[in-house]
Ligand binder design. Structure first.
Ligand code: UD1
Ligand code: UDP
Length: 361
């Protein structure tokens, strides 16, 4: 039987797509939840909304340093793997949960499959980059979401027989959810608004970078008349509060702070926004697919095709450059592209399920 390890919001969303394809093909699997995310809005909301398969084990690891989190997951996963003796372990994404899932498994001799293999930011000390590189190099099957990701793996010397260009499992979801996105209520529909998410450690745990992002949002709302729709990741909320920046946002009339929202709501907010401003990996690509231009609040991105097509400007947290990038994207005519052609046209999970079935047989 297959075992899938998840633990965080973006992994739950990727699980939705994988589970559908595995179910369709009648491939047996179980899900293990590390407990890295545990607030309702980062966790249970997705199990309910996306009707996800319930985990057979919940490791309850929670928050802490990288060492605590990864180490505790390793110890607890070993016990689960021993009990279930999976034929293959699937880890989606690049979080500490994915790293622990892969590392614990490979050391016990279980084959690992990495969903979203080969993405690179070229920032060697970024936590997610460390995780991705390590996972890719211990994986038996590597499912690359884009041609760039595929090429990155070849360049790193991984044998081509283990790498598969499948497309992106998150793109599958968007296609399937088109109608649900249309139907969900958006209280900001028709307003001139930007949709913002921030949670990267590089931004939240650095006072100057976070202050500059806040400054840019205030400028956009006060000087350019944008409503700013901003669901706060708990990490960001804590840091804004610690740095004394939360009230600046709260006191700005057109900045709408809220708890993290559900998945379909997030897609709807992204679809109707004039611009998405984000440091999220997943949301950049979703906005592109939904044809909303993106200002990436990081210096680099793993989703290079979004930049090459002219729809995404990575700027890093410089307040004037953020505001400038918003104007640039609104003023210029963006090239006509079919974003889905970069991401596998909605069949990524189906391809992954086929490949896994062949491997297992
Ligand atoms: C993690 C991933 C990141 C991913 C993100 C998705 C790593 C190293 N980082 O970042 O790659 O993009 O998830 O959202 O794996 N917290 C809560 N409630 C929760 C979860 C977290 O309050 O349910 C707070 C805690 O104070 C915690 C902090 O958020 O210390 C950070 O959580 P953590 O899981 O360590 O990292 P994320 O920033 O969520
Ligand atoms: N998302 C969500 N609610 C929110 C913010 C984001 O459902 O309030 C979704 C978003 O649409 C995308 C995913 O969460 O599908 C991205 O997760 P996140 O930004 O936490 O992680 P990353 O992709 O950066 O690893």
């Amino acid at each position: 039987m297959l075992l899938i390890v998840v633990g965080t919001r973006p992994q739950h969303i990727k699980l939705a797509s994988l589970a559908r394809a595995l179910n369709r093909q009648g491939i047996e699997y179980v899900v293990v939840h590390t407990g890295q995310h545990y607030d309702y809005e980062l966790d249970e909301i997705f199990f309910e909304e996306l009707d996800l398969p319930r985990p057979i084990a919940h490791l309850g690891v929670g928050s802490g340093s990288h060492g605590y989190q990864t180490g505790t997951m390793l110890m607890r996963l070993e016990k689960v793997y021993k009990r279930f003796k999976p034929k293959m372990i699937i880890v989606p994404g690049d979080t500490n949960s994915a790293l622990a899932g892969a590392l614990a498994g490979v050391k016990m001799g279980f084959p690992i499959a990495h969903v979203e293999a080969g993405l690179r930011s070229r920032l060697p000390y970024m936590a997610e980059e460390v995780n991705r590189v390590l996972i890719d190099h211990v994986s038996e099957m590597l499912f690359a979401p884009t041609e760039y990701a595929y090429a990155n793996l070849l360049k790193e010397g991984i044998d081509f027989s283990r790498i598969f260009l499948t497309g992106d499992v998150m793109a599958d979801n968007i296609i399937l959810f088109e109608k649900r996105i249309d139907e969900i209520f958006n209280e900001f529909h028709g307003e001139k608004y930007v949709y913002v998410t921030v949670h990267r450690a590089e931004n939240t745990d650095n006072y100057l970078r976070l202050r500059n992002i806040v400054k840019a949002l205030v400028k956009l709302s006060k000087e350019q008349d944008f409503t700013v729709v901003f669901p706060l990741h708990p990490r960001t909320q804590n840091k804004l509060s610690e740095y004394g920046l939360l009230n600046t946002l709260r006191n700005a009339e057109n900045i709408k702070l809220m708890k993290p929202v559900g998945y379909v709501k997030s897609l709807r907010y992204a679809r109707d926004a004039r611009i998405v401003l984000t440091d999220s990996g997943g949301l950049q690509k979703e906005a592109f697919i939904l044809r909303t231009p993106i200002v990436t609040l990081r210096e680099t991105t793993e989703w290079i095709e979004t930049v090459e097509c002219g729809w995404n400007i990575p700027v890093g947290p410089d307040s004037s450059r953020i505001v400038e990038a918003v104007s640039t994207l609104l003023e210029k005519e963006l090239p006509e592209v079919d974003p889905l052609k970069f991401y596998g046209s909605g069949r990524a999970s189906e391809r992954i399920a086929n490949l896994v079935r062949e491997y297992l047989s």
